[in-house]
Design a protein. Sequence first.
Length: 228
Amino acid sequence: MSVLREIKRRVAAAKAAFIEPCLPTLAEKPPSGPRWIHEIKHDGYRLQARRDADGESLITRNGFDWTTRYPAIAADLKALACRSCIIDGEVVILDDDGAIPVFDRLRHGPRVKTDAVLYAFDFLELDGEDLRGEPIEFRKAALDRLLAKRVSSGRGKPRPPQAIYMVEHLDFDDADMVFEQACAIGCEGIVSKLKGSRYTSGRTRDWIKVKNPNAPWAKRLEDEDWNA
């Protein structure tokens, strides 16, 4: 089989298996009350980390295969203790303190980003079981358990460095306070998610996104013509 034919086969397989991501609705204020959980919104690229019998793949929101761009994430995905999985998350490169994502480090520089990591916030499939119909609390708990289990790549070989991290959430009634504190430390914003909600492809009001107006994304929007 030629290399070109194999690449075409892999691209076709990735597109056929691609699950359209769940997209949050943008709002000016986060929803408060006991029905919501709240996550930090990281400034990066949306990514679907997939593992199956053909190997590991990292698929963008638009269905492009960027596996070779983020080798550390792919290696960590391979080390997870499962036969197959689909993880939804955001790929980022952190600042020098390892605290806040710096989008320009992800967008500029070499094509291959060895220091990129994935912040995982949802879990779509595990060992052939579709988890999208399960409540978000169930999916996140299952993801947390999977990320706690990694195996070595072979006899005598060490585990690869961790490059997939769990996005923790706050179960706190006062969403305004959560958003205020997220902005104070320089985060892009927060995403509030309705308890008990399923994973649905496309735009949904079960996920509400509120963005920090003083974060770097706002300056990018002001300085650059994204429609050029």
